[in-house]
Write a protein that binds this ligand. Sequence first.
Ligand SMILES: Nc1nc2c(ncn2[C@@H]2O[C@H](COP(=O)(O)OP(=O)(O)OP(=O)(O)O)[C@@H](O)[C@H]2O)c(=O)[nH]1
Ligand SMILES: [Mg+2]
Length: 449
Amino acid sequence: MDLGKGLRETLAKLTNRPYVDEDAVRAMIKDLQRVLISSDVNVKLVFELSKRIEEKTLKTEKIAALSLKEHVMKIVFDELVALMGKSYSPRLDKHKILLCGLFGSGKTTSAGKIAYFYKSRGMSVGLVGADVDRPAAQEQLEQIAKQINVRYYTIKGERSARRIVEDALAKSNEDILIIDSAGRSAFDGELVQELKEINDELKPDETYLVISGDVGQVAGKQAEEFNRAVKLSGVIATKMDGSGKGGGALSAVAASGTNVAFIGTGEKMDDFEIYDSTRFVGRLLGVPDIAGLMEKVKKISEEHDMKKFGTGTELEELTIETFYEQLKAAKKLGPLSGVFSMLGAADVPKEIVQQSEGKLKKYEAMINSMTKAEKKDAGLLRKNRTRLERVAKGSGCDIKDVREFLSQFEKMHKMMNMFKKNRGFRKQMERMMQGGGIEGLKNLGGMTK
Ligand SMILES: Nc1nc2c(ncn2[C@@H]2O[C@H](COP(=O)(O)OP(=O)(O)OP(=O)(O)O)[C@@H](O)[C@H]2O)c(=O)[nH]1
Ligand SMILES: [Mg+2]
């Protein structure tokens, strides 16, 4: 299951309640446990986290400025961040890096990514191909070195990784030297032996273990084993783009006493980030950069694009025209659905928020072909084929397209009605639209960077 979606739904359920009491907190914690465990977070960690959340929410004094809901949200957010471990700051001086890890975990790709990372910061980099097991490994790394334009060192045909490292050390003078080592199917004596040899020769300043994020909580055990053999500086968790188990891997590494240093989020050289647990959790909850997003909301509402979204004391009735205004505004905002979910609404369907330019143009043409009465009351169109045909013809679209537009409108209409009934959401939205509420949201604590 998608950890982010599960967490967002859990929190939305809580904020959707008219008031929060002990039962509400307990129900939320149950949901949270289910979501985390199904994302392969270790059961023991989940229960420890639940217990802390329960104690903190029910037994600690809340900060005066926060509502009880905000208080609970802040505690949950902070606990999730703690579960996902510490953030990392890589050194930026001259140093040598050793990469190790099991087969196919992403070592060679990560070697390239680190090289690219430091090169982009103006440092000189050398890559060392010390994988003497897999015949194609040397070419793979050489290819990467060419692609990102950094030096490459190896001895073709050499069977000893140690000698390759020794040779590279003698020849190189780059700020950053990165050694790619051979993968193994399992953590065994042979692997430890080879790593120790390289280690003795290289005396690395940083040793990173590369783990594929899709192994889930097994990552913790791997980190422990490797850390015992060669002292690790940190873990690089790769394939964090595809895996639903990424949260499990990160939390397990954090619990193993090592820490996550970088994460790989794709196959390209710049799909690579310094690990920041606050940012990671923020992204899961749909608010990657809450301060930046709020700035955008403010700016757009100042441009009046969103004025019809509901300023003043009442949200206006959603009509086809106001819906269209919102679609245009939402496009500018990007991850608007994340804001909605933070405010306590369930996720706005992606297909509504992410409209292409072409589609918006089509919608505009459709709206221009509608009568005043139809724009006010979409129900007139819904069941009247003649009207549908007229709009389709007038806008050069198929009836199917008009129906799709109407169905999106109806979905949003339903959501708006839900929002309207929810006073808490309404208040937050109004405050936000007036600019003042942004502070309120920022006060959710750890969410700002
Ligand atoms: N989606 C995605 N794919 C990745 C990521 N990192 C690596 N890969 C892919 O995973 C596969 C294995 O990557 P490698 O870098 O060759 O792994 P390795 O650990 O060097 O493999 P061995 O040398 O055979 O042990 C390749 O197809 C990579 O493109 C990532 O962060 N995201
Ligand atoms: Mg490799």
